[in-house]
Write a protein that binds this ligand. Structure first.
Ligand SMILES: *[C@@H]1O[C@H](CO)[C@@H](O)[C@H](O)[C@H]1NC(C)=O
Ligand SMILES: *[C@@H]1O[C@H](CO)[C@@H](O)[C@H](O)[C@H]1NC(C)=O
Ligand SMILES: *[C@@H]1O[C@H](CO)[C@@H](O)[C@H](O)[C@H]1NC(C)=O
Length: 508
C-alpha cells in the first residue's frame, strides 16, 4: 500500500514541481496557507466521544504500565556488518557517480545508502549526493548541513572512495546542467529496484566513455533481492554507522532527551527526589514514548479519508486533490468506510490518543510528539493533549536560541525527531510512511521497542460506533502483542532498511 503511495508520490512530485510555474498565484494561495485564514473546517470535534470519555476517566493499572515499559526480550540477533567477506577498494576508479535524490529526509537517507552500494558495484568514486528540494518539505539543506560528512567518508574509507566535490575538469556536471537539456552523461532510465547488473550494463559504459555519470531519478532504484552479501552489508553500514547527523543536531537532540528524562531537574539536583518516588512510578520514571504523527494537509488529502472536519474540510481536501493531482488519487474511488476497514486512513491525533490509552499509557506517561505540521493545528491536537498532558515537542522543550539553527528547515527538524526517536524507550507512528519504516528498521537493529499500529484493525474498531471501552481495549491489546518490534525476517521484495534481519543482523 505504501509502495503505491511512494510511486504515486514520485509522479505527484513532478506535478507539484510544475504547478507553481503554471499557476503561481493559485499555488501560493492554496497550498500551505494556515487553515484559520482559509477557515476550511469548523474546529474538528472528537469523532469517538464515547471511547474518549472512558479513556479520559481511566487510569492504567500498575501491571499494565510496567509491562509497557519493559524492554524487548533479546531474541539473540546482533548487528553484524563486518563479518562478511571484505572486498577491497578497487585499484583504480572507473569514474565519478553523481546522484540527485528526491523525497524527504528519510527517503533521501535510503537513497544515500543505495548510492554508496551502486558506486561500489561500479568501482566508481561517489560524489556526496545532492539532495533535491522537495516540493512538500521545501528545505534546501545540503547533505553536509544535515549529515556529518567527514564521519561519513571516514567510516566508508575502506569500502569506497567518496569526494565532497568534483575535480575541476568535471565541474560542469551540476544539477543545473542536467536541468536545462538532455545530456549524454545523465542516466535517467534506472528502473525501480534495478539489479546490480543493470548498473554494470547501463552506467559502466557511460563512466568509461565520459569519466562521469549522473543518475537521476534514483529513489528506490536498487533491488533488495539477489544482491551479493557484501553489497547488502555495505548498505547496512551506511545506514546504521556512516550516516550520523551534524554535531549541532545531535547536541540539540541530547538536550531534548535529557529534559524528557529529567523533567523536574534541568540541572543535576533531582537524585534525592527520585528516591522518594514510589516503586510503581519509578518503573516509568525517566522513560518516554515518541509518537510520530504525520498528519499534514498533503497526506490528509492524499488518503481521501474523512477526518471529521465536516463538509468544509471535505471540500477543501477535494479541492487540494484537484489542484495538486488533478483528482487522480486512487483512494478517492472508495468510501471512507471502505478505506478505514482496509486500514488505509492515517490515524488522527484523537485516534492515536485512544490507541495509546488502550495500550496502557495514561496521563502520567511522558510523550514526545514528533511531527511537522498537523492539519487542523492545535484544535486537532487538543484531544491528544487532554489524554496526555505530559506531551512535549521540539518547541516546548527547546529555547528559541536552540531552535534558531533548524527553524523552518523541514529536514533538520525531521533529523531532530529522528534522533530523539532513536533514543526513546518506545516509538509509535500514526501511519506506515518513510519515517515509520526508517525507525522500525533502525530500532530493530538496536532491539528497541517499536509499536507498529495494526491499521486495518484500528480502522475497523473505529467504524464500530457502539464498542465499549473494555472491548476496544482488549481488541487493541490483543492486536498489538506481536507488533512491538520483535524481529521479523525480511521477505523477498521488502526493504532491508525496514527489516534489517538477516542482511544486517546475525543470530549469535
Ligand atoms: C489523571 O487521570 C486521573 C483519572 O481521570 C485523574 O484522577 C488524575 O487527576 C489525572 N492526573 C493528572 C496529572 O492529570
Ligand atoms: C571492481 O574491482 C574489483 C577488485 O579490484 C574487481 O574484482 C571487479 O571486477 C571490478 N568490477 C568492475 C565493474 O570493474
Ligand atoms: C452494536 O453493534 C453490533 C455490531 O457491531 C450490533 O450487532 C449491535 O446490535 C449493536 N448494539 C447496539 C446497542 O447498537
Amino acid at each position: 500500500m505504501m509502495v503505491c503511495y511512494h510511486k504515486e508520490g514520485a509522479l505527484v512530485g513532478l506535478f507539484v514541481l510544475l504547478l507553481p510555474i503554471f499557476f503561481p498565484s493559485l499555488f501560493t494561495s492554496l497550498s500551505y496557507a494556515s487553515p484559520s485564514i482559509l477557515s476550511e473546517w469548523n474546529a474538528p470535534k472528537p469523532r469517538h466521544s464515547r471511547l474518549l470519555k472512558s479513556a479520559l476517566l481511566r487510569q492504567a493499572s500498575n501491571e499494565q504500565k510496567s509491562d509497557l515499559w519493559i524492554p524487548l526480550a533479546d531474541e539473540g540477533w546482533k548487528p553484524c556488518l563486518n563479518s562478511g567477506s571484505t572486498t577491497l577498494l578497487p585499484e583504480k576508479s572507473e569514474g565519478y557517480v553523481q546522484m540527485f535524490l528526491d523525497g524527504g529526509l528519510n527517503q533521501q537517507r535510503m537513497g544515500i545508502c543505495d548510492a554508496v552500494a551502486v558506486a561500489k558495484i561500479l568501482n566508481a568514486t561517489l560524489i556526496i549526493p545532492y539532495l533535491e528540494v522537495n516540493p512538500v518539505w521545501k528545505d534546501s539543506s545540503s547533505f553536509m548541513e544535515i549529515f556529518d560528512v567527514d564521519h561519513f567518508i571516514n567510516v566508508l574509507k575502506d569500502d569506497i572512495s567518496i569526494v565532497k566535490e568534483l575535480p575541476e575538469e568535471y565541474a560542469w556536471s551540476t544539477r543545473e546542467y542536467y536541468a536545462t537539456a538532455i545530456r549524454a552523461t545523465r542516466v535517467k532510465t534506472a528502473p525501480v529496484h534495478a539489479s546490480g547488473n543493470w548498473y554494470l550494463e547501463n552506467v559502466l559504459p557511460v563512466l568509461q566513455s565520459y569519466g562521469i555519470a549522473a543518475i537521476s531519478p534514483f529513489s528506490h532504484r536498487l533491488a533488495f533481492d539477489n544482491m551479493p552479501m557484501d553489497i547488502q552489508r555495505l548498505r547496512c553500514k551506511v545506514n546504521f554507522q556512516a550516516l550520523q547527523f551534524v554535531p549541532h543536531i545531535r547536541a540539540l537532540g541530547d538536550n531534548l532527551i535529557s529534559r524528557l528524562r529529567n523533567p523536574s531537574s534541568p540541572i543535576e539536583t533531582g537524585s534525592n527526589q527520585i528516591k522518594e518516588w514510589t516503586n510503581e512510578k519509578s518503573k516509568q520514571e525517566g522513560k518516554f514514548v515518541v509518537l510520530h504523527l504525520r498528519f499534514d494537509k498533503d497526506m490528509a488529502a492524499h488518503s481521501a479519508c474523512d477526518f471529521g472536519g465536516g463538509k468544509a474540510e471535505k471540500l477543501a481536501l477535494a479541492k487540494y486533490r484537484q489542484v495538486i493531482w488533478q483528482g487522480r488519487v486512487l483512494n478517492s474511488q472508495f468510501t471512507d468506510e471502505e478505506l478505514r476497514s482496509q486500514g488505509r486512513c492515517p490515524m488522527t491525533p484523537e485516534e492515536m490518543g485512544l490507541l495509546l490509552s488502550a495500550l496502557g499509557f495514561d496521563n502520567s506517561s511522558k510523550l514526545y510528539l514528533a511531527s511537522h505540521k498537523v492539519y487542523g493545528g492545535e484544535a486537532r491536537i487538543s484531544t491528544l493533549r487532554a489524554l496526555f498532558p505530559l506531551m512535549e515537542d521540539k518547541k516546548s522543550l527547546a529555547s528559541s536560541e536552540e531552535r534558531a539553527l533548524i527553524k523552518g528547515k523541514a529536514s533538520l527538524l525531521a533529523a531532530v525527531d529522528y534522533y530523539v526517536g532513536i533514543h526513546s524507550d518506545i516509538f509509535i507512528s500514526a501511519s506506515p510512511g518513510n519515517m515509520h519504516n526508517a525507525m522500525v528498521g533502525h530500532r530493530t537493529y538496536q532491539n528497541l521497542k517499536t509499536i507498529r499500529p495494526n491499521m486495518a484493525l484500528m480502522g475497523q474498531l473505529f467504524l464500530n460506533k457502539n464498542l465499549t471501552w473494555s472491548d476496544f481495549e482488549e481488541a487493541v491489546v490483543d492486536g498489538h502483542g506481536n507488533r512491538q518490534g520483535q524481529i521479523r525476517i525480511r521477505k523477498s521484495g521488502q526493504s532491508l532498511y525496514t527489516y534489517p534481519a538477516p542482511d544486517c543482523m546475525c543470530r549469535a
